[in-house]
Write a protein that binds this ligand. Structure first.
Ligand SMILES: Cc1cc2nc3c(=O)[nH]c(=O)nc-3n(C[C@H](O)[C@H](O)[C@H](O)COP(=O)(O)OP(=O)(O)OC[C@H]3O[C@@H](n4cnc5c(N)ncnc54)[C@H](O)[C@@H]3O)c2cc1C
Ligand code: FES
Length: 510
């Protein structure tokens, strides 16, 4: 090894370890300068890169289900045999090593060549797949099509100027100024050319001609398709109050929106955030990270109570206050007059910038114009196909039959959009993958992550393990005695276990 290169901690696996050294079936050590996780799944031993390919989460702190290890941070999953990222948000594989057992010792030997992921036979008549949208679902679909060996054309149309980015970061580290630029692109620019994905940016799709199987784009030739995926996401709501269109009033969805807020923040002393939603409060935290005085104005009594319940809401409220955020709850902004936000109670707050985080609206215009069935979102079946054969929908726009809540639901979560994009891709190739994932999202406020699994539009009980104020808790939301969702702070394993329990509850119905 070159001088000066440090070797990670833990045992050198090439020298062998005793099986009894594996605590709870796992041990982190190294092979050369690479950190490796040795893990037991049933009676088998596997050696896999110790860190998640999403944001470097410690896989040793996750859980093993079957022959998959799940990351504790945002629930990605990796196949222990091949290293393939089998559950988003991770999309890239991790490395795998060979394991040998000799005389009661376990040795990790050479790194294995990356296995080719499972391939799908290209379905007859599917020569070109068109994806409308360059976000979570659209990108994950394109990547999955190539991963499964689809050899036909992929055209990805996006009205954004930026290639697909890690949108969740736009209200977190990147906005706070603590994430480098290269964290944002989901893939480097060269990826698209190398993988034959025709990414057309700044391309507005105006309509779909379902009879001719073509999408109509602004100022260009129609694009024919054999299969079409709609992944147009959602757009932020802009309150229709006087002054809302002024240049210092922002919403946040795209990288361009985020850069505009960062640029305004550079000379700002005080900001008003309208809305105590996830985005609103993450923006508040990020702006506090830039030392800007932040006022949050929102109509509810407790921030995020509708989604997380009163205990978590009180905690989040107190957490933001500890960091200097001033709340104006049960209050609304009725107008923005120059640099003054005018409140319903007649008060005013001077602000250099205003960010509206008052929810989003799914972008349904294309589906409506094409005559697809709409049900407060685009209605899709369990395979994410819309009412029109050959047209699929995924992500923030799709309402699907969720077997966990036994309801048709539409959610606005990054991981769900990615997993739906992947399932839609596989289904466009004829693989018949039922979309069954338990919804999951995370949110970050300062140094406090909140993980949420399941879907609870209503509940009649919240059972709390641990202590919310001490930032060490798992809350189970129960409806008619069933756990329908769980939220946690620094209880990542329990959150993963709650996810697995919800999966098993549905499997047992099959
Ligand atoms: C700032 C921010 C932070 C977030 N943080 C989290 C988080 O921490 N955790 C979490 O779970 N979720 C988070 N979310 C939500 C998450 O990002 C979304 O649920 C997810 O991006 C939805 O994916 P999607 O593919 O449906 O839509 P999007 O990612 O929005 O992609 C839609 C794409 O379609 C394009 N498009 C739309 N209409 C057209 C058209 N007519 N023609 C061409 N292109 C079009 C858009 O330009 C865009 O490229 C966050 C969202 C934002 C905005
Ligand atoms: S770091 Fe592993 S899922 Fe995000």
């Amino acid at each position: 090894m070159a001088q000066g290169q440090s070797v990670p901690g833990g045992p050198d696996f090439t020298q062998g370890v005793a099986i009894s050294d594996l605590v709870n079936g796992r041990l982190v050590g190294h092979v050369g300068k690479e950190e490796v996780l040795l893990v037991r799944a049933g009676s088998k031993l596997f050696a896999i890169g110790a860190h998640c390919s999403h944001y470097h989460g410690p896989l040793a702190d996750g859980i093993v289900t079957g022959e998959t290890v799940r990351c504790p941070w945002h629930h990605a999953g990796f196949d222990l045999r091949s290293g393939e990222a089998v559950r988003a948000p991770a999309l890239s594989p991790v490395d795998c090593w060979n394991v040998e057992q000799r005389a009661g010792q376990v040795f990790v030997t050479g790194k294995r060549a990356q296995e080719r992921p499972r391939q799908a036979a290209t379905k007859q008549g599917v020569g070109r797949i068109v994806i409308v949208g360059g976000g979570a679902a659209g990108f994950a679909a394109a990547e999955m099509l190539r991963r499964r060996g689809f050899g036909g054309g992929i055209v990805m149309l996006s009205n954004d100027a930026a290639p697909p980015v890690d949108r969740p970061n736009l209200s977190k580290d990147y906005l706070a100024g603590s994430a480098p630029e290269d964290w944002l692109p989901l893939r480097p620019d060269g990826f698209y050319r190398k993988n034959g994905i025709e990414l057309r940016l700044i391309t507005e799709v105006l309509g779909i001609d379902v009879r001719k199987r073509e999408v109509i784009i602004a100022g260009g030739k129609n694009v024919p398709y054999d299969r079409l995926l709609l992944a147009t996401g959602a757009e932020p709501v802009r309150l229709s109050i006087p002054g809302a269109e002024q240049p210092q009033v922002y919403t946040l969805r795209s990288l361009a929106d985020c850069r505009a807020i960062i640029s305004a923040a550079e000379n700002a002393h005080r900001a008003v955030v309208i809305g105590a939603s996830f985005i609103g409060l993450e923006v508040a935290a990020a702006l506090r990270g830039r030392n800007i005085e932040v006022h949050v104005v929102a109509p509810e009594e407790r921030p995020m109570e509708r989604v997380l319940g009163p205990q978590m809401a009180d905690f989040i409220h107190a957490l933001h206050e500890e960091h200097g955020v001033a709340f104006h709850l049960q209050e609304t902004v009725t107008a923005i007059d120059g640099r003054r936000a005018i409140l319903k109670n007649g008060g005013t707050i001077d602000a250099d910038l205003v960010v509206m985080g008052v929810g989003v609206r799914p972008r349904l215009a294309l589906a409506e114009q094409a005559g697809l069935v709409i049900d407060r979102g685009i209605a899709v079946d369990a395979f994410l196909e819309t009412s029109h054969r050959g047209i699929y929908a995924a992500g923030d726009i799709a309402r699907w039959p969720d077997r966990h809540s036994r309801d048709r639901i539409r959610v606005e979560h990054w991981v769900v959009a990615q997993r739906q994009g992947q399932a839609a891709a596989e289904n466009m190739l004829g693989l018949n993958v039922r979309f069954d994932a338990v919804p999951f999202f995370w949110s970050q406020h300062y140094d406090v992550p909140i993980n949420y699994v399941g879907h609870a539009e209503r509940w009649d009980e919240i059972a709390i393990d641990g202590d919310v104020k001490s930032r060490d808790c798992l809350l189970r939301y129960k409806h008619k005695g069933q756990v329908v969702a769980a939220a946690s702070i620094f209880r990542d394993v329990e959150n993963l276990q709650a996810e697995v329990a919800m999966e098993r509850a549905v499997e047992s119905l099959r």
